[in-house]
Design a protein around this ligand. Sequence first.
Ligand SMILES: Nc1nc2c(c(=O)[nH]1)N[C@@H](CN(C=O)c1ccc(C(=O)N[C@@H](CCC(=O)O)C(=O)O)cc1)CN2
Length: 282
Amino acid sequence: MPHYVLTLSCPDRPGIVSAVSGRLLRHGGNILESQQYNDLATDRFFMRTVFAADALLPELQASIGELAHDFAMDWSLRDRAQPRRVMLLASRFDHCLADILYRWRIGELPMQITAVVSNHPRDTYRHLAFDGIDFHHLPVDRGRKAEQEAALWSLIEGTQTELVVLARYMQVLSDALAARLAGRCINIHHSFLPGFKGARPYHQAHARGVKLIGATAHFVTADLDEGPIIEQDTQRVGHHDTPEDMIRIGRDIERRVLAQALRYWLDDRILLNGHRTVVFAV
Ligand SMILES: Nc1nc2c(c(=O)[nH]1)N[C@@H](CN(C=O)c1ccc(C(=O)N[C@@H](CCC(=O)O)C(=O)O)cc1)CN2
């Protein structure tokens, strides 16, 4: 029996859970897992429900669409058996790319990788196995960023990519491209945001003399390192740690934070709540 995941958000009011569960029951739905949250500050309701049903997706979508209209819902319904289509972007540092490829290879990240894209040549990753995944070298030559982004966008569209992961991709996306990728582009920033935005956060952290460093996975917006935060983690450092030590310690934090954020996205556990997120963790 297919398993479906329904995510929704709408203005809060009594009876949302009852209406949704009743509608699913009407189609023989058996709820397997359900989480909800009411943001009292915005009076907005968020819900994620996993259910089993013999009914076909189009029938369910039509029925839930009616309900969604009545409750002014933003919603999505997906067959959990359908793997998501994800594109991986990286620059010189490949530790996050290598980690995601390994987790995907062993089945921890159930997704279809549509391509690996870099502004550096294939040889940069000569020790990484791409297992038949297409690699695209899209260099950013001075004054030709628009052309590079046009090629990148055509690849994203041409491969029907649902999510773009910036796995230490060190080029700032233009406002236009960030807008096109709103809610479907996740970046790993190598600091505990909002501290130390920009390209060299570990050197900034060392100069400030912090005792904790971290990493942040967030949705990409036009405003650099300002997007809705999905996942964060930290680790202690000391006066003896050099910027190089922090870069080494930070690699592990970046890997686990990005992998967790990607697992949440693949399992429809992230809902946007304005410039914040609701994350229905396991
Ligand atoms: N529109 C956005 N684009 C990107 C974001 C984002 O939040 N919004 N995050 C970055 C990743 N990043 C930090 O996490 C980051 C990347 C690059 C830079 C930067 O200053 N890059 C320089 C070039 C550096 C180089 O070539 O090595 C630049 O683009 O001029 C800062 C932060 C990914 N894109």
